[in-house]
Ligand binder design. Structure first.
Ligand code: ATP
Ligand code: MG
Length: 245
């Protein structure tokens, strides 16, 4: 038990979730390293949701609401840290959820599938019995996608995604939204909307935004999306990183 008064309480809580997930057997070996890299960036932005991140979240939610087939891609880390919040967001914006693992093994897919089903979410895609298609001519795991999910999606939200996979998704012509604490990652640079925030803060915030934007006209949502410049917003995000006290 971590005492709530501990100065690093939130961060330790997340580490604890990651450790439990690793013990359950659904994280790749590199998952902890990826988490650590995220932690470092979070520390440097003061573990808060910055203004450019909020702006990007409005754009992301507007884009998800405007899409015909939006999909939220989930991996082990995203599931370990924010499974319930992801389901809420998916329901709120009408998106599907698809398991998409960089190091895909049947065991990990099975465990993650069960986690979603145990929470009452039976529609989960990317499972072992789902129809798989490939986003490139080369039929490798990196390019695999559910036929009714990411394969036919117009917008894909990829929290904590690796750059190689992000590139394949981008090249296949999809609108890509990422939640990535590293504004310098290839994923952040390649995406159409990059949210530099911790997934545990971003996803619930996006659900709140969705409740607001859902009542707006399509025209308003389109203006929010069209007025956005991701490159400029990433520059502003980078300026939020403080190396002095
Ligand atoms: P890229 O492949 O895009 O260049 P990378 O190789 O640096 O990125 P990966 O390990 O492939 O990183 O992907 C993990 C990414 O997820 C990292 O950029 C890291 O900052 C980010 N990340 C880790 N934990 C979180 C979190 N809790 N919330 C948001 N982002 C996170
Ligand atoms: Mg990478």
């Amino acid at each position: 038990m971590i005492p709530k008064s501990h100065p690093r309480y939130e961060s330790l809580l997340l580490r604890d979730k990651m450790v439990k997930a690793a013990k359950k057997g659904y994280l790749a070996d590199s998952a902890m390293i990826a988490h650590g890299r995220g932690e470092a960036f979070d520390y440097l932005i003061g573990e808060r949701t910055t203004y450019p991140a909020k702006r990007a979240m409005y754009v992301a939610v507007a884009a998800l609401l405007l899409s015909n087939n939006p999909v939220i891609s989930v991996n082990g880390n995203a599931t370990a840290l924010a499974v319930e919040e992801i389901i809420e967001l998916a329901n709120s914006v009408g998106a599907k959820i698809e398991i998409n693992l960089f190091y895909r093994t049947d065991d990990r897919v099975k465990i993650i599938t069960q986690i979603y089903k145990d929470l009452g979410y039976d529609k989960i895609l990317g499972t072992l019995d789902d129809d798989i298609e490939y986003l490139t001519d080369i039929k490798n795991n990196r390019a695999s996608a559910s036929k009714t999910g990411i394969y036919s999606a117009d917008t894909v939200l990829i929290p904590l995604e690796d750059g190689d996979r992000a590139e394949i998704l981008k090249k296949s012509g999809k609108n890509i939204i990422t939640i990535d604490l590293n504004p310098l990652s290839r994923t952040s640079k390649m995406s159409d909307v990059s949210i530099m925030d911790n997934i545990v803060r971003a996803i619930p915030f996006m659900t709140k935004i969705a409740e607001d934007l859902k009542t707006q006209d399509k025209q308003v949502l389109m203006e929010i999306v069209n007025d956005f410049d991701n490159e400029e917003n990433l520059k502003e995000s980078l300026e939020q990183i403080k190396l002095k006290e």
